[in-house]
Design a protein around this ligand. Structure first.
Ligand code: E4P
Length: 229
């Protein structure tokens, strides 16, 4: 199951890639503009931080299929290695996903709200299907069910697509989509950190160290071993 960072902030990406088992980085136009940098330069810097083996997801902006394909080509010419082109699932977007997939370009069908949008995108050849969990919930939809049904459609009908759930506002949403079989999650840094941390774990570790220090006066096992008791 893939674990992806949903951010274009270099400091956040650098820290998270260093500490956690991260498979890639997703961006979208709103995430990119927050960084107030040249678009291509920022993408190149992200690539430098994540290396050539992790996937970088970059979204197109155009609203006509031919223009989307042109933008995808432009991004691919400039950003190397494992790149996935994100395309929103409008009618034009599906046409573009179909064309890009036929040309061997890996795509992510994004802004997905319903299982049938997921089905059409998988049928069009998208490598990733991306339901928007928190945005679905904001509309009173059952986001976990949407993710679950897209996974069912893909697996039952043997599509090659993976469900990479996105748009998370809390840890529970991430937990729920993991349980219904999402093949990956892309999570903003603040929520991603919360997924890993627990105050009980921190408290336990503190006690282990205190117990050790009381007996040996040292904090490190290596240093303790040098002391003759
Ligand atoms: C990622 O692929 C999406 O663009 C992103 O997760 C949307 O998240 P938001 O709903 O928190 O903006």
């Amino acid at each position: 199951m893939q674990l992806i960072i949903d951010s274009a902030n270099l400091d956040e990406i650098r820290e998270l890639v260093d500490y956690y088992p991260i498979d890639g980085v997703t961006t979208n136009p709103s995430i990119i503009v927050k960084e107030k940098k040249n678009f291509l330069q920022l993408l190149e810097e992200i690539r430098e931080v994540i290396g050539c083996k992790r996937e970088l997801f970059v979204q197109t902006l155009a609203d006509h299929a031919e223009e989307i394909v042109k933008e995808a080509k432009y991004i691919r010419e400039n950003i190397l290695d494992k790149l996935v082109i994100k395309v929103p699932v409008t009618k034009e977007g599906i046409k573009a996903i179909k064309a890009l997939s036929e040309a061997g370009v890996r795509t992510m069908a994004t802004t997905i709200y319903t299982p049938l949008q997921g089905y059409i995108a998988a049928k069009a050849g998208a490598a990733y299907i991306t339901p928007y969990v928190n945005r679905i919930e904001k509309l009173e939809g059952n986001a976990v069910n949407v993710v679950k049904e897209i996974v069912q459609i893909i697996e039952k009908h043997h599509f090659n697509s993976k469900v990479l759930a996105a748009s998370f506002n809390n840890v529970q949403q991430v937990h729920d989509v993991c349980l219904v079989g999402a093949h990956g999650v892309t999570i903003p840094p603040d929520i991603l950190r919360l997924c890993f941390s627990h105050r009980a774990t921190e408290a336990n570790v503190k006690v282990f160290i205190e117990d050790w220090q009381k007996e040996y006066g040292e904090k490190s096992i290596v240093d303790t071993n040098k002391i003759k008791i």
